[in-house]
Design a protein around this ligand. Sequence first.
Ligand code: B12
Ligand code: SF4
Ligand code: SF4
Length: 185
Amino acid sequence: MLDSKACEIANFLVDTGYGAVYLPRDAYGDIKILIDKPFAFFSHKHAAYLAGMGSFGHNNVLLTPQYGQRVRFTSIFTTAVIMPDPIETKDLCTHCLLCLKNCPVGAMPETGNFPPPVDKKLCATRSAKLRDEYRSPCGICIKVCPVGKDRELFGRKNMSIYSRDKKFEKSHRAWEHVRQYGCKG
Ligand code: B12
Ligand code: SF4
Ligand code: SF4
């Protein structure tokens, strides 16, 4: 959807009289390519940062006030002059380290320059393994992040829902039920 919407917007700009091309949301053919070379030719999260959409989180992904990190980007290069929003100077990350504590492969260091570098190989290897099992890619670090107004909308303000808290046993049983279908098990 991101690619087709970006294509539509670029085409609209061209029809309106401006040069415009969109950049694909990911631009790689297979997750396994990213194990050895985890870079794209263009970084959407840095473009989003410069476009004033948010600030970086401890897990190196861009945080937005509306959706935390549960948001994906695409970008359009155009000759149209569009007023940018100011760069987000507020640090939206609460430094709670829930992303780090919940990462199943320990891909994030606790200290170092902020945001500390994620071990891309470990992370990409996990997603490649999940793909081989016909599962969706990982994303636990963005799921458990408390930032974002979407938390209210989805009734997920209490972050202990992600721990094995007895209070949320009903939700965990429902998740386990769902996960038994559509994959190897
Ligand atoms: C390659 C890639 C991966 C690789 C590497 C991840 C990474 N951190 O770079 C792997 C497979 C591991 C991966 C995993 C994930 N990804 Co990914 N990925 C990409 C992709 C295709 C390119 C990223 C890239 O090349 N960035 C450019 C480099 C320069 O960025 P960087 O290395 O993070 O740079 C930082 C540091 O390295 C450091 N740094 C860089 N250079 C230097 C130099 C010096 C001297 C120093 C000191 C520091 C420094 O500072 C930078 C700023 O933080 C983008 C799509 C795109 N085309 O942008 C999606 C993208 C970044 N991924 C995304 C997502 C959501 C994920 C996952 C959650 C998986 C999922 N379920 O989709 C995980 C999160 C992992 C994590 N914690 O980062 C989203 C992020 C959206 C957002 N809100 O920011 C993107 C933008 C896709 C999209 N179209 O929306 N991804
Ligand atoms: S996507 Fe998964 S493996 Fe990668 S850094 Fe986030 S929690 Fe860790
Ligand atoms: S989980 Fe906590 S430390 Fe990690 S990015 Fe979100 S607010 Fe920052």
